[in-house]
Design a protein around this ligand. Structure first.
Ligand code: HAM
Length: 464
């Protein structure tokens, strides 16, 4: 049968359902709120991972990977029962063995668990840890809010000095600025257990007088955990937040001094920040310093309004968590930055500026093309030789036609294409084609490497 006819025949056959395959009635689809990171976006992720690794090395943070699945009580006890994450967003389940488990919605509680369980208290303190990976929250999906998201998360456990809070803010700031994002940090102090008692009372009093205007969640949380009301995202509650008494007025001397020292350090480091007297964050474990990173889109530093919805990251001090988990009294602080949001912001900036802000993958110097079965196998070996010699190489060995291969070489912007056919294989020669001008020359294959070096890197051939 002629080749084309045979191919048409095969295509027709593949159109017909294969009776031995049971097809799904509906094609599988992405779970709502989840996101594929497609190949063309990987450059952003790879670049961010490389910066995060460099920052970790520069500041002596050690990487930690905790499991995605933890016992449910790590989060119910750690994050607070009245938080949105615990009340509404956790992917929790009972496994076949009857254990109550949860997919981690955040890193800090799991890392605190690991710190205690592995006796890290006996290491030189503070222990500086970072993690990078997926987290799961059953939130209402929208732009920048997913049910699986990724965080770069840093924790400093075993040190309570304000300089730690400032250095953590510096680390987050560094990631964002090295990606050309202009960050502004909102910062507040929510005090310690003792100074929060008086504040809670004044806040309850304030909200009781306005109970009728509160959303149902806030009404319910008013008597149980009034601080959560300052974190409510419902629009009608937002205007009440802005007029609520600020917590800084109730701070004890030690907490006030700590806060001032953090701000002084940020001033010294020239990190732009805005005190936000109502920032409490969405988790119960925080004490003293809390902060969030926002991106400033234009030169007006007060223009964080557009970014209000989507903090790029946040964190704070959590001096009581380790003790709550049964460890010794151990001060700690940390932050997490949401990578999907950072990638979104990066793309937004690239679009607005019309420039590529992160390095693209190097284009291949050499495309290896071949014609014929034997040359193909030889070219595959040549490809390995070129890689070993340090060239960036591309090829598509599954293609037989030279035209198709040259089209691919063009698409991937290769500088040179080397072509090995049956004739060249017999002669011990090879063709080098300059993809810019299209001119070709035939050379002795033994001289291939020095010739390529000379053409690509301007290096002189040895002995000639
Ligand atoms: P968080 O504020 O809940 O803090 O999350 C940190 C960052 O993760 C957010 O600012 C945001 O960029 C990103 N993020 C959170 N939820 C989502 C989502 N559904 N979709 C996309 N991005 C999201 C924490 O998780 C704390 N554990 C941070 C911390 C570490 N505090 C002390 N140490």
């Amino acid at each position: 049968m002629p080749r084309i006819k045979k191919a048409e025949e095969l295509i027709k056959q593949s159109d017909k359902p294969n009776p031995s395959i049971t097809r799904l009635s509906k094609q599988p689809q992405l779970v709502k709120g989840m996101k594929d990171v497609l190949p063309h976006d990987q450059i952003y992720w790879e670049h961010i991972r490389s910066i995060v690794k460099k920052i970790g090395d520069d500041y002596l943070f050690m990487r930690i990977d905790t499991p995605i699945v933890e016992h449910l009580n790590v989060y119910t006890a750690g994050l607070g029962k009245q938080t949105d994450i615990v009340e509404k967003e956790m992917y929790s389940f009972t496994d076949q063995g009857g254990d109550n488990l949860a997919l981690r919605p955040e890193f800090t509680a799991g890392i605190a668990r690991a710190y205690i369980e592995h006796g890290m208290v006996s290491l030189p303190q503070p222990v500086k840890l970072y993690a990078f990976g997926p987290l799961f929250r059953h939130e209402k999906p929208q732009e920048g809010r997913y049910r699986q998201h990724t965080q770069w998360n840093c924790e400093v456990i075993g040190e309570g000095k304000p300089v730690v809070d400032a250095q953590l803010i510096l680390l987050g700031y560094k990631l964002l600025t090295s990606l050309h994002i202009k960050p502004i940090v909102q910062v507040n102090s929510i005090g310690c257990r003792s100074c929060r008692i008086a504040y809670r009372e004044s806040l309850v009093e304030y909200y009781r007088a306005r109970r009728a205007s509160l959303c149902d969640d806030c009404k319910r949380r008013l008597n149980k955990n009034v601080l959560r009301l300052l974190d409510c995202k419902v629009e009608t509650c937002q205007s009440l937040i802005s007029k609520a008494p600020p917590i800084v007025d109730s701070l004890c001397d030690a907490c006030r001094d700590h806060f001032i020292a953090v701000l002084e350090c940020l001033d010294e480091l020239e990190i732009p920040y805005q005190p936000n007297p109502h920032l409490v964050r969405g988790l119960d474990y925080y004490t003293r310093t809390v902060f969030e990173f926002y991106a400033v889109m234009n030169t007006n530093e007060s223009d964080v309004q557009s970014a209000r919805m989507a903090a790029l990251g946040g964190g704070g001090r959590y001096d009581d968590l380790i003790e709550m988990f049964g460890g010794l009294s151990t001060p700690a602080a940390g932050f997490g930055i949401g990578i999907e949001r950072v990638v979104m912001k990066l793309k937004e900036l690239e679009k607005a500026s019309g420039t590529k802000l992160i390095p693209r993958r190097a284009e291949p110097e050499i495309f290896v093309a071949q014609l014929g079965e034997q040359p193909k196998r030889r070219a595959m070996v040549l490809y390995e030789d070129l890689l070993r010699e340090g060239f960036t190489v591309a090829a598509e060995f599954a293609k037989d036609s030279l035209k198709a291969q040259l089209e691919i070489a063009n698409k991937c912007n290769a500088t040179l294409t080397i072509i090995l056919g049956q004739k060249e294989l017999l002669d011990g020669s090879i063709i080098i084609r300059n993809m810019g001008g299209g001119e070709q020359e035939v050379i002795d294959i033994k001289k291939l490497i020095p010739t390529l070096r000379k053409k690509l890197h301007g290096e002189q051939q040895k002995g000639g």
